[in-house]
Design a protein around this ligand. Structure first.
Ligand SMILES: Nc1nc2c(ncn2[C@@H]2O[C@H](COP(=O)(O)OP(=O)(O)OP(=O)(O)O)[C@@H](O)[C@H]2O)c(=O)[nH]1
Length: 532
């Protein structure tokens, strides 16, 4: 037959915990993707920005250094005189190949007040040789692009000292200042420009200074962003775009950084994730273990107790001592079992005893009779039965009423029960005013005596019955029968014999004990001195 599948509580818990675990993992994955990883990348970007800031500051320092040097030369009376043609040996005394190399100058350009070239000196980029020029002709032609930019700068803002990055190959740092007297007086008499090449040697110096690997490019297009990042598997290439003297060009100052810090953070995060997952599994295991010990096992025990309805075992079980919900459940079970036992006892009592007299009823008597007869036959032991009937009880009821009749029945039953208890036999109410007794291990003679004892006890009770033609009190007629070892018998034949004996006692005048001898002959064994 089809049986509906019902998962166990353990399975349900496991499923719920696994679902919770999966949800937690999904949440962790979400947190990783949308919070942690972006945060790590943002942190990496901030580190890169800091490095680029440092790089840019180093470049600014270079510009300021060059500007300081230009200012120093430009506010010097010798330079002032040189522009005005009053210091003929100025260049010889002050300039040399050695000085340009030591100061890392590529070019020094002097302009007069009109912005025309006064004097040029520099290291030729092709030969590396020091040279001086009065104009841009011949071997000084390499200076032309730089000089053009300088003259444009003078025209643009003639008053101010300034620094700029020139978009040449290689790019260059250029600082300029108006030429004044040493005390700063008078109008400028010209301009002095110094050019420092940003070539590989310059880069190498900056790399030494900053500890970074640096790249430098002049790019054509103008980038909208100030910083560009390109991430590779183990390195990150970052560029900072700086303005050049030409608006259509930018200087891409770049560096290549390794991503070890990012990957270390990532590894730490993965390690934390792994531990979190492991701890979750441990917690799930612990929860299941605790569930097994604290809930499932006690519930199984309770289910066993419920099946067996074993009150004693449950009473002694520590479960009933617990103060938690399981303890309350166990106590409820116990109370329920006790109540059920009481009800069962009451039902058994009701189904096997007569409610009026409290004696066993016919049902119990018949059962005991069958068992006892069987045992007596098996063991070949004697056994007897009695049928007892109250004489003229209809007259009693008619005269005293039914309620009084009930009371009379109770008193007679109590009296007979005491005799049965005293002599160790079993008595039951098997009809309205009819009783039966079962006497194991009792011979016919002994049973007759016990029948007589019952009748005597009722006589001694002297329960008034003024309507009885026999005596002024209630009397009994008793029929006795016993198993005959010679005759085949069973429970019903034995009771039939007792009934016949009772019938004979009634027929013989009542208030007497009769024994059953044979189907045709029975004998009255005792009579009372009652009027016929
Ligand atoms: N009060 C009361 N009367 C009962 C009960 N059961 C049976 N009786 C009465 O017992 C009487 C029995 O009457 P009968 O069978 O004629 O017997 P009797 O009057 O005792 O006459 P004999 O047995 O021949 O001496 C009837 O009146 C029944 O109503 C009961 O539980 N309570």
């Amino acid at each position: 037959m089809f049986q509906r599948y019902s998962p166990s509580l353990r399975f349900r818990f496991l499923t719920a915990l696994c679902a919770a675990l999966i949800l937690a993992l999904l949440a962790l994955a979400g947190v990783s993707k949308w919070l942690i990883l972006p945060a790590l990348l943002a942190e990496e970007r901030s580190v890169v920005e800091q490095e680029l800031d440092r790089l840019e500051r180093s470049l600014k320092l270079e510009e300021q250094d060059l500007l300081a040097k230009v200012r120093d030369w430009a506010t010097w009376d010798d330079t002032y005189d040189f522009i005005n043609g009053d210091a003929p040996r100025y260049s010889e005394v002050n300039f040399s190949q050695q000085m340009f190399e030591d100061m890392r100058y590529q070019l020094m350009a002097f302009f007069n007040a009109r912005g025309d070239i006064h004097f040029l000196a520099g290291l030729n980029p092709s030969s590396g040789q020091y040279q001086t020029c009065a104009d841009l002709a011949n071997e000084c032609a390499w200076m032309a692009p730089l000089v053009a930019s300088m003259q444009a700068s003078i025209n643009e803002d003639p008053e101010q000292e300034k620094t700029a990055l020139y978009a040449h190959i290689p790019p260059a740092i250029v600082a300029s200042a108006p030429i004044l007297r040493t005390d700063g007086s008078g109008p400028p008499t010209g301009w002095l420009f110094k050019v420092r090449k940003m070539d590989n040697n310059w880069l190498a110096l900056l790399e030494d200074y900053t500890g970074l690997i640096i790249s430098l490019d002049v790019v054509d297009e103008t980038k909208l962003t100030q910083t560009d990042l390109l991430r590779f598997s183990n390195t990150i290439h970052a560029q900072r775009f700086l303005p050049l003297n030409r608006p259509d060009r930018q200087l891409a100052l770049g560096t290549r950084l390794d991503r070890s810090r990012y990957f270390a953070s990532l590894d730490t995060f993965r390690y934390v994730l792994l531990w979190t997952f492991g701890l979750m599994l441990i917690v799930i295991g612990l929860v299941l273990l605790l569930l097994e010990r604290m809930v499932l096992r006690p519930l199984k025990s309770l289910a066993r107790f419920a099946q067996d309805a074993n009150i004693e075992a449950l009473t002694n079980n520590p479960l009933t001592q617990r103060r938690d919900e399981i303890g309350q459940l166990a106590q409820s079970f116990l109370k329920q079992f006790e109540r059920q036992a009481e009800l069962t006892a009451e039902l058994t009592e009701l189904s096997t005893h007569d409610p009026l007299t409290g004696l066993a009823n016919r049902r119990l008597f018949d059962k005991n009779l069958i068992d006892a007869t069987q045992e007596a036959l098996n063991q070949s032991t004697p056994m007897a039965v009695m049928m007892i009937d109250i004489d003229y009880f209809k007259l009693f009821n008619d005269h005293y009423g039914h309620l009084e009749g009930d009371t009379c029945l109770q008193r007679i039953a109590d009296t007979m029960y005491e005799v049965a208890q005293t002599h160790g036999f079993f008595i039951a109410r098997t009809g309205g005013e009819e009783f039966s007794a079962l006497l194991p291990n009792t011979s016919l003679q002994q049973a007759i005596k016990l029948g007589q004892a019952i009748s005597d006890a009722v006589d001694a009770l002297a329960y008034p019955h003024h309507m009885s033609p026999l005596a002024p009190h209630v009397t009994l007629s008793v029929g006795v029968s016993a198993l005959d070892p010679e005759e085949p018998a069973n429970a019903s034949s034995l009771m039939r014999s007792a009934d016949q004996a009772l019938y004979q006692a009634k027929a013989a005048g009542r208030h007497r004990v009769s024994q059953f001898n044979s189907p045709l002959a029975s004998a009255e064994v005792s009579t009372h001195n009652t009027p016929p």
